[in-house]
Design a protein around this ligand. Sequence first.
Ligand code: SDX
Length: 427
Amino acid sequence: MANAAELTVDGKSYSFPTLEGSEHEKAFDISSLRDQTGYVTLDRGYKNTGATKSAITFLNGEEGILRYRGYSIEDLAAKASFLEVAYLLIYGELPTQEQFSEFENAIRRHTLVNEGMRKMLEGFPINAHPMSVLASLVSGMSAFYPDSYEGTTDTSDRDIIRLMAKLPTIATWSYKRSQGHPINYPQNNLDYIQNFLHMMFALPVEDYTVDPVIAEALNILLILHADHEQNCSTSTVRLVGSSQANLYSSISAGISALWGPLHGGANQEVIEMLEEIKAGGGDVAKYVDMAKNAKTTGFRLFGFGHRVYKNFDPRAKIIKKAADDVLSKLGVNDPVLEIAKGLEEAALNDEYFISRKLYPNVDFYSGIIYRALGIPTNMFTVMFAIGRLPGWIAQWKEMRETKEPIGRPRQIYVGSELREFVPMENR
Ligand code: SDX
């Protein structure tokens, strides 16, 4: 067996095939491990476990490389539109003009949301976190589109268009309701990002014109968030979809996973942390010390560290540069940007962070730009979800097309051995 991995246990030797990806990542194929040896592996948090083979996104954590379908994130952020990148992720190739026009026009024609979903929205408390609204209404979409789970015809292309088209509408509706403002219906004469901004910020009392600086900044941010291989929320989407659950239910589960403060929810935590540092006088050293004593303080430096990147998150580099650029173009002077830079400087020169290879991640600077664009803090993770939607869809589609088996991990049981039942009167 070429390049087999040899394992010796309980005095016996076993061979397992190895495989190498197109970017030379290597793996042991342990599909026959339990049948051959009676052993399973244990890998908490799947830090060393590949869940699948995928052709969508490539990360190199040591070198800080991120590519979607082979194209560098730097190139895509500088040269592509978000919908172009969405098409690339979902269908595997950059679209021709004809393919792009068909994709974009289909999305424009599906931005309207069933009025019954507006009634669902009105059932939420006015201060509901928009991530809970988003997860619920996306799950509810399967009720409005039962063909997504009934019958044998594959409706996934139509469901893909519906999701891409309606997520911004649902997201902005939950924001407008929380402000006590009338919701804005989508306008088919606007492009994807213009439509989002119009639904988000237009008021019936005056005309609303999209600021091209804001639209361009949003385009870059959505592209940077579009996919990130087998992260927590994407793995959730794939696992739920592997049971043949419909696309809406799978994406809704991904939205819930993304909400966690250790994952996409970190962008909201970062701004709240920076605001706390500012309110306390800007003493970044104090917060670096608190993070270094995490075991006693329980404090983490949100926006720092990453499971894969042990170098700069390439997205953080692009966002940091864009933050300076966007804020100066908009004439916004946000003191937390300087606090963020000071915190980064202090952490990157501290042995605790250096030894653990903790660098700023995608969430560290993104909130500063969102805020400058007028987006409220509790909508930051919603913005992450709108950006990540094409990646989730692409990964779900790949999982289905490659006919992945239902995901069902094993465990090591450490509970009680067999016990006799004791009637309640004798306990
Ligand atoms: C995202 O996976 C993806 O690709 C995610 C994402 C995507 O695009 O989908 O990139 C988006 O989720 C970015 C990460 C956003 N989260 C945060 O910013 C929250 C703060 N960061 C962490 O909680 C942490 O770094 C994680 C969750 C991101 C990664 O955790 P790991 O890989 O499980 O690392 P770990 O918790 O085992 O930490 C290793 C060490 C520990 O110290 P020791 O036990 O060795 O002494 O580093 C320490 C941790 O205490 N550490 C931190 C820290 N992050 C890790 N210490 C202080 N502050 C931090 N932020």
